[in-house]
Design a protein around this ligand. Structure first.
Ligand SMILES: O=C(O)c1cccc(C(=O)CC[C@H]2O[C@@H](n3cnc4c(=O)[nH]cnc43)[C@H](O)[C@@H]2O)c1
Ligand SMILES: [Zn+2]
Length: 353
């Protein structure tokens, strides 16, 4: 963890505990996880890009005035990824960064439409991510699975293309487990995507749309009722609707909470105003995630430290958060048991007198 991420309000030894804690991450974006080094390297290959080629300059470039600005910047990085080798390099390096944080399992959200529409051959794209996934598992021990998401603002053409890539047995990658919906929520009503989620669910994929990130609780209800969401990306505005909080808790619909993301995109004003405490009080399964870590000046370990401060957690509380992510994941049962056991063993060893 780089020093600027260490929250001085969290005891140093809790940061050390977090750094070694085996973790799972369920809400982290492929392109959004490109490190400043990788982004700068890709930008240097494409001088026509407005993306800085100096990693140090990226911190300013990754400062957003609002969510729409974030999407613009995000797409400028998407534009840098133009070949299957770019895709493989990015994916492998993201896995390396996850492994460095003791992430044993991650569901990486990928937007294939954004790459195929920019000219990357669909079969070469799938081969690139699968090569990187297998290499990462062999070399880092980190298990990756994919979520393919629809960039909702790109409309039903992108929904059709994403559903085709996710359900055609000749194309869908072995690591694909879920189907999502990303991008701006404002002006992008969820119900229109029902046919595409129905196709994905019929093909055995799990539904995990973003909702309630930049719009109200009705978007979360729509994701639940029309898209049959099993988990919700962010779900931040759920805190405005006590009936929704109770529903999420009763039906064990986990929230993929990304605290710093919500501050960086101005969806939430300050961390102390983040509704994560309301979620925990309501008995909702809270998972902690970094979303687009380099873009938001954070990493997963820092997000656990933020959660420790906001929820006043000790080591056992942090271990429970990590196990929430394992429980809510789409990893097979033996894999879940293995990581949960690792978390318990690590925590017991840390707390042993
Ligand atoms: O690829 C295109 O051509 C395109 C055209 C119009 C709109 C879009 C998008 O909106 C892409 C959004 C992109 O952002 C990803 N993302 C990353 N972090 C978040 C988040 O916190 N909330 C919502 N979306 C996020 C998402 O996965 C899409 O790939 C693209
Ligand atoms: Zn996201």
């Amino acid at each position: 963890m780089t020093d600027h991420l260490v929250d001085a309000r969290v005891p140093r030894d809790l940061h050390a505990f977090i750094a070694g804690l085996p973790k799972a991450e369920l809400h982290v974006h492929h392109v959004g996880s490109a490190s400043p080094r990788i982004v700068a390297e890709l930008a240097a290959r494409h001088p026509d890009s407005k993306v800085p080629t100096d990693p140090e300059a990226l911190a300013d470039y990754f400062t957003f005035t609002d969510f729409a600005h974030f999407i613009d910047v995000y797409l400028s990085v998407v534009d840098l990824i133009r070949t299957p080798e770019d895709v493989r390099l990015l994916t492998y390096e993201v896995a390396r960064d996850l492994a460095r944080q003791q992430v044993r399992y991650a569901e990486l959200t990928i937007t294939p439409f954004s790459s195929t529409r920019r000219g990357i051959d669909e079969r070469a794209f799938m081969a690139a991510i699968e090569d990187a996934r297998k290499a990462a598992e062999a070399e880092f021990g980190t298990v990756l699975r994919w979520c393919f998401d629809i960039p909702g603002e790109a409309g039903l053409e992108s929904a059709e293309e994403t559903a085709r890539l996710a359900t055609d047995d000749r194309l869908r990658p072995e690591g694909l487990v879920s189907f999502g919906l990303g991008g701006p929520e404002i002006g992008v009503p969820r119900p229109q995507f029902k046919p595409y989620f129905d196709r994905a669910i019929a093909a055995g994929l799990h539904s995990v749309p973003h909702a309630g990130e930049t719009t109200g609780p009705e978007t979360v209800w729509d994701a639940l009722t029309h898209l049959r969401a099993e988990r919700i990306g962010h779900g931040t505005s759920s805190a405005q609707d006590p009936k929704l909080l109770a529903h999420l808790a009763e039906h064990r619909i986990a929230l993929e909470v990304c605290p710093t993301s919500n501050i960086a995109t101005r969806a939430v004003r300050t961390l102390d105003e983040h509704p994560i405490k309301e979620f925990a009080k309501a008995g909702i399964i809270v998972t902690i995630n970094s979303d687009d870590p380099p873009m938001f000046g954070t990493d997963l370990n820092n997000e656990y430290a933020v959660a420790a401060r906001l929820l006043d957690l000790d080591e056992r509380g942090l271990a429970d958060l990590a196990k929430n992510a394992v429980t809510a994941s789409f990893l097979d049962d033996p894999g879940k048991a293995r990581i949960a056991e690792e978390i318990d063993t690590y925590t017991a060893g840390w707390l042993a007198p």
